[in-house]
Design a protein around this ligand. Structure first.
Ligand code: 13P
Length: 245
């Protein structure tokens, strides 16, 4: 079984003072990899304040350098000691018009610079109700595979985040999560990817009271945590729930 990864996604939250308070209450958890993905301006502060926890960002440019106002390159993130970067979060897909192909190019740019992209996939409620969950996830993955190639797919982390479970207060249930996670693993294998080495995180209303159950589901290799990652006690409890016994 893969060592689990629990990554906090702070989204558009934080301040110098609030981050300091949160950082002082975070600590490494033996037996689980822990990361926090923070807004760009806080990378330096959080990088200095973390002990045994890895740093990540929430977005990266597909471009390396040049006339791309407002963009942040993968090499810049490496300079700030980032190990991870979230790519293709559903909020970026829905609110900032990121498409499957651009997300593939961002993942490739991250890998090229030595970062581990956490590539997010997941269906909307309408797509789930139409029975298209795995079809949508497969399409999103195929776009990434097209750019990155099967040999390098193993250098990323995947996160299944059903859009309808994000910030909803109610996660997908264990059966729904298990079905898509094993579907993703099988899909990867069918494409010639060394699928057993790819960590597949679940994200969407993971809380202290459901983390143990969700992390026990086959093919769930950790979690991508939104709201609960801003509450130190909750985040630490979720991290402890991911220790592989
Ligand atoms: P919540 O945990 O707040 O539902 O957010 C999940 C998420 O979007 C993590 O990337």
């Amino acid at each position: 079984m893969l060592k689990k990864l629990v990554a906090g996604n702070w989204k558009l939250n934080g301040s110098l003072a609030a981050n300091e308070a949160l950082l002082s209450a975070l600590a490494a958890v033996p037996g689980v990899d822990v990361a926090v993905c923070v807004p760009f301006p806080y990378l330096a502060q959080v990088g200095e304040g973390l002990r045994g926890i890895e740093l990540g960002a929430q977005n990266v440019s597909e471009y390396g350098a040049g006339a791309y106002t407002g963009e942040v390159s993968a090499a810049m993130l490496v300079e700030f000691a980032c190990r991870y970067v979230i790519v293709g979060h559903s909020e970026r897909r829905a609110l900032f018009a990121e498409n499957d192909a651009a997300i593939g190019r961002k993942a490739a740019a991250a890998i090229k610079a030595g970062l581990v992209p956490i590539v997010c996939v997941g269906e909307t409620l309408a797509e789930r109700e139409a029975g298209q969950a795995m079809e949508v996830v497969g399409r999103q993955l195929a776009a990434v595979l097209d750019v990155v190639g099967a040999a390098k797919m193993g250098q990323m982390v995947l996160a299944y985040e059903p859009v309808w479970a994000i910030g909803a207060g109610r996660s997908a249930n264990a059966a729904q999560v298990g079905e898509v996670h094993s579907g993703i693993r099988a899909w990867l294998r069918a494409q010639g990817v060394a699928a057993d080495d790819v960590r597949i995180l679940y994200g969407g209303s993971v809380k202290p009271d459901n983390a143990v159950e969700l992390f026990a589901v086959a093919d769930v290799d950790g979690g991508l945590i939104g709201g609960a990652s801003l509450v130190a006690d909750d985040f630490m409890t979720i991290c402890r729930a991911a220790v592989v016994k």
